[in-house]
Design a protein around this ligand. Structure first.
Ligand code: ATP
Ligand code: MG
Length: 734
């Protein structure tokens, strides 16, 4: 049988276990995603399950698209009828069908972070909450946290009684939700929260989906949150055919509310669950796999599992030491070029980093070296000012109640409309009980406005209305072009001093995106297009160009695999992040991230760190990440003690081995600013005898770095071990 071939015994068993709850718990690269794909194909062909009765939840929309293609490749038809996508896109779709049940219309807007923040600020102002006492970001995060735990405004105080500001937050949350409803808008979290409300408040709708979905499958289950769990339970507890796959060691969204208990508690939540473990890794050679296993074994809070590979030991894990962060990018670029000259393709490489801001330095190096690359960074394109401005027109055209879009579109371009006009308009709208957009269309009959202002406002309303008409009559692309040209936006843009050509190019790209969407989507309405734009995230933006090195955050690399992986910036304070150094659970999450990063590599893995890094405007010395020292030496090409740093001993060349032999890369000399100024004339090494003004004679045990300063660890007779930053007036070599 075609569908079972290409699977090992355990994978086949998972595919054939079609009824009842099933948990596939297995480490990275063991074929979990592959098993899900084959299982869907099996359900459709061997069990005769109709595609529209299958719900498959994936981590990105791109992953869903790829799954669909793979299922297609078995020669299976109608795969587009499978309900497959991210939680957010699936529930956005369900909400459009039933929006009126929870007080919205099907043309509701989806607010991104900027829209959300604008609204939160309005809410805080209306409640006289001082932004200096509690920031809008904090309020946003607290509300989001509540939503992801399925806590509604009315329960907030009860559930979160431990926060000092709980009453204020509860109030802000309540007002925020009301304003969203008034604007016929939802934020990202609401796509789930409102779906949950829809199901709990309307049992007959919940029943219809419970009946419909004979099979529910969830990939990356370790990263689901409480709310997602609740929703899935509602749907899956009908036929009880739920298959979740995941890896507790790859749970990396704790900060976004992901609840590792969902995977650890699956067997309790779904009694009679069968658990299948996959133990063979098909992705990586054993030096890479064993190194990753060794790192993750330092976590205490895990189920623990063994993974083996039949792919041979392969290359050792390369430890790449760089003097400065700028050298790091240059060295990575040279290695890539060298390997490409020996037959590798640029698309074989991925450079992963802990935080997005690391990409700039790496990008500059790749540019200088003429290495083609693509940065994967989520919704950035749609967050550009000019794109958001035009989107505001489009949003308003489908959802006239969207007050945030109204405020943005009305002043883009500037129409000479000031605060007093806005106030008069708002008064009139409130008096008549209509939206401000509708008030614009009736501007001629607003007596408090001057004739010229009346004309401007009614013209604005006319433009918005025409966008909607154009969309309905001529289609999406035409409507987007209309919005750009007829609104006067492009004309005004051309007069701007800041990169007008670049912005116009972005708008052209936006038009192409609309044209593509129109050509490739079943539903190419304006609202479907806006929904799609709002739901694009992370890895969705990887274009199918296979001639480029990919740069992305580790979070975005989940589920992906690459021939060669560089993990950049493996330094204490950066990876693990400094905020994680104090909290064991956060440190464990950082370590899981490290495990995810390392296990993306198929054949070559480089763990890279720089000894100095420019961050927040200052150059600081840094220490290699503890995760590097957690990799046993036998798996690496590096035998140096990593955690000792000797001031003044830095060579101007770094040496490392790589697949193409031992190579020497020129490195810039350590910059002077790196030297510890308070003690610049002295250097210390382990074993040195010293005299300390307070503690007397001692011996240096270790020389390290603390927040960019040299930190000496020394033993003093009768006093034990002391750590201190050497100060020339207090410590001298004996
Ligand atoms: P992750 O935890 O990173 O999401 P995963 O467990 O989902 O990994 P997959 O991505 O499904 O793993 O598989 C990893 C690689 O191994 C893929 O290239 C896949 O095609 C291959 N693979 C999986 N199972 C087999 C098999 N039985 N035979 C050959 N190749 C396989
Ligand atoms: Mg996977």
């Amino acid at each position: 049988m075609d569908i079972l071939s290409g699977l090992n015994d355990m994978q086949q068993e998972a595919v054939k276990t079609v009824s009842g709850p099933l948990l596939i718990l297995a480490g990275a690269g063991s074929g979990k995603t592959r098993t899900v794909i084959h299982r869907i194909a099996y359900l459709m062909t061997e069990c005769g399950v109709a595609p529209w009765r299958i719900l498959a939840l994936t981590f990105t929309n791109k992953a869903a698209g790829e799954m669909r293609e793979r299922i297609d490749s078995f020669g299976i038809e109608n795969t587009n009828e499978i309900w497959m996508g991210t939680f957010h896109s699936i529930f956005a779709r369900i909400l459009r069908r039933h929006a009126e049940y929870i007080g919205f219309t099907s043309d509701y807007s989806i607010y991104d972070e900027t829209d959300k923040k604008n609204l939160i600020k309005e809410v805080m102002a209306s409640l006289s909450m001082n932004e200096k006492v509690i920031s809008p970001d904090t309020v946003m995060n607290l509300i989001s946290d509540a939503k992801n735990n399925a806590v509604f405004p009315s329960d907030y105080e009860k559930e979160y009684g431990f926060y000092t500001f709980k009453r204020d937050i509860a109030k802000a949350y309540d007002v925020y939700q009301k304003k969203l409803a008034e604007n016929n808008a939802m934020d990202f979290d609401d796509l789930l929260l409102n779906a949950y409300r829809l199901f709990t408040e309307n049992p007959s709708i919940a029943d219809s989906y419970r009946d419909r979905f004979l099979h529910v499958l969830i990939d990356e289950y370790q990263d689901t949150n409480r709310l997602q769990y609740e929703i899935v339970s509602i749907i899956a507890k009908g036929h009880n055919n739920i298959c979740v796959v995941g890896d507790d060691d790859q749970s990396i969204y704790g900060w976004r509310g992901a609840d590792i208990r969902n995977i650890l508690g699956f067997e309790e939540d779904f009694p009679d669950a069968k658990v299948i473990r996959l133990e063979q890794n098909y992705r990586s050679t054993s030096n890479i796999l064993d190194a990753a296993n060794a790192v993750i074994s330092n976590n205490k809070n895990r189920k623990g599992k063994e993974l083996w590979t039949a792919l041979g030991s392969g290359e050792k894990v390369h430890i790449l030491r760089n003097n400065r962060d700028t050298d790091e990018g240059d060295n990575i670029a040279s290695i890539i070029k060298e390997l490409v000259s020996k037959g590798a393709r640029y698309a074989d490489f991925a450079v992963l980093y802990r935080i997005n801001s690391q990409s700039r330095v790496l990008e500059e190096s790749l540019l200088r070296a003429s290495v083609p690359y693509q940065i994967v960074r989520g919704t950035r394109f749609y967050e550009r000012q000019e794109i958001k401005d035009i989107m505001a027109y489009l949003k308003l055209a489908v959802n006239p109640k969207d007050e945030i879009a109204f405020e943005r579109a009305l002043v883009s371009p500037r129409r000479g409309i000031g605060p007093s006009t806005m106030e008069k308009l708002a008064d009139y709208a409130a008096f008549k009980g209509i939206s401000r957009l509708e008030a614009c269309s009736r501007a001629m009959s607003v007596p408090t406005l001057s004739g010229s202002v009346q004309a401007k406002l009614s013209e604005f309303a006319h433009i918005v209305e025409s966008i909607a008409v154009t969309a309905a009559s001529e289609g999406l692309e035409a409507a987007v072009k209309y919005a750009i040209n007829e609104s006067g936006y492009k004309e005004a843009l051309m007069k701007r001093p800041d990169d007008p050509e670049g912005r116009v190019r972005n708008l052209e790209e936006f038009v192409s995106a609309a044209a593509d969407f129109e050509a490739s989507s079943e539903d190419s309405s304006l609202s479907a297009f806006l929904e799609n734009a709002a739901l694009i995230a992370g890895a969705d933006t990887i274009s199918d160009n296979d001639g480029q090195v990919l740069l992305m955050s580790i979070h975005n690399s989940k589920g992906l695999e690459f021939n060669t992986v560089f993990v950049a910036g493996m330094e204490e304070g950066l990876f693990p992040l400094s905020r994680a150094l104090e909290e064991e659970s956060e440190l464990e999450e950082e370590r899981r991230l490290c495990y995810v990063a390392m296990t993306r590599a198929e054949r070559r893995l480089y763990l890279s760190y720089a000894e100095t890094r420019r961050q927040y405007g200052a150059t600081r010395a840094s220490e290699p990440s503890r995760f590097i020292s957690e990799v046993p030496e036998e798996y690496t090409d590096d035998a140096r003690p990593l955690r000792t740093w000797r001031p003044g001993s830095s060579g101007s060349r770094a040496q490392f081995t790589s697949s193409f032999g031992t190579a020497n890369y020129k490195m810039a000399a350590r910059p002077d600013e790196k030297k510890n100024t308070s003690c610049s004339e002295q250097t210390f090494s382990p074993g040195d005898k010293i005299i300390h003004s307070a503690w007397g004679a001692g011996t240096v045990v270790e020389v390290g770095i603390l927040n960019g300063d040299v930190l000496i660890t020394a033993a003093f007779a009768g006093l034990g071990i002391k750590k201190f930053i050497p100060d020339a007036s207090r410590v001298k070599k004996a």
